[in-house]
Design a protein around this ligand. Structure first.
Ligand code: DCP
Length: 229
């Protein structure tokens, strides 16, 4: 009986425990998502979840990220499959902090990258449908918390320059057209609502350079830190 009572109490604790106010930071490659997250490292009550790029770069010594760009027909499916798993782990990660800030989400993988890969023939229809089945299954069986989306809005020209300057070796073959298409997909999703948006979207001007963008970041603070301020 004691054990039963304990189990019931634990179950009601996990039901009642409030999920953190969860924010997805979205935007094109090079839009400044990492810098944005770094800005919020000054607040102790915020849990920062950076994108699992390092895991994509080293899965037991295999660089899936590099393989995806070098040989997309062969590796894009495997890569997006692994992105889904690593993102899901971040989505369901528990934190005691009242605010959780996530770099990207399963949604941008689904509505931007995977859509782009299907349209350009990198993903075959069968592969695409397998990924859709995963997304739908996850959606039905997990509570993916999302209270706000921050969209770091840029122009493709600006992010192309930034990406070249950053010089990530794996991205050396990424074309301007690729960034332009990804930009359109982000716009269709986050501005025009072509795909499901799990929360309201706060749009920031992320074309500004590092000197000017601080003010944009500060502008978002009250929305993001809502449960703490
Ligand atoms: N990527 C991908 N498919 C996904 C997510 C990311 O192919 N579902 C790729 C695109 C980039 C790299 O992974 O080559 C990282 O892209 P992000 O835009 O997520 O991260 P950045 O580091 O470029 O963001 P920022 O410069 O805004 O900090």
């Amino acid at each position: 009986k004691l054990i039963n009572n304990f189990t019931i109490r634990m179950a009601s604790f996990s039901v009642n425990k409030k999920a953190p106010f969860t924010v997805f930071v979205e935007g094109n490659i090079g839009s400044g998502k990492t810098t944005f997250l770094n800005h919020f490292s000054q607040f102790q009550n915020v849990c920062l979840m950076t994108e699992p790029v390092e895991q994509w770069r080293n899965l037991n010594g295999v660089n899936l990220f590099d393989l995806m760009y070098k040989n997309p027909d062969r590796w894009a499916m495997t890569f997006q499959n692994y992105v889904t798993l690593t993102m899901l782990k971040n989505h369901i990660k528990i934190t005691d902090k009242p605010v959780k800030l996530m770099e990207r989400s399963m949604y941008s993988a689904r509505y931007c990258f995977v859509e782009k890969m299907l349209a350009s023939g990198i993903l075959q229809e069968g592969m695409y449908h397998v990924l859709q089945e995963w997304y739908n299954f996850i959606h039905e069986h997990h509570q993916i918390q999302c209270d706000l989306i921050v969209y770091l809005r840029t122009s493709p020209e600006v992010v192309y320059e930034r990406m070249k300057k950053r010089g990530r070796i794996e991205e050396s073959g990424v074309s301007f057209q690729y960034l332009k298409d990804l930009h359109e997909l982000h716009e269709n999703w986050l501005i025009h609502g072509k795909f499901y948006r799990p929360a309201q979207v706060l749009v920031l001007d992320a074309n500004l350079d590092l000197d000017g963008i601080g003010a944009e970041y500060v502008r978002s603070e009250s929305s993001i830190l809502r449960p703490i301020v």
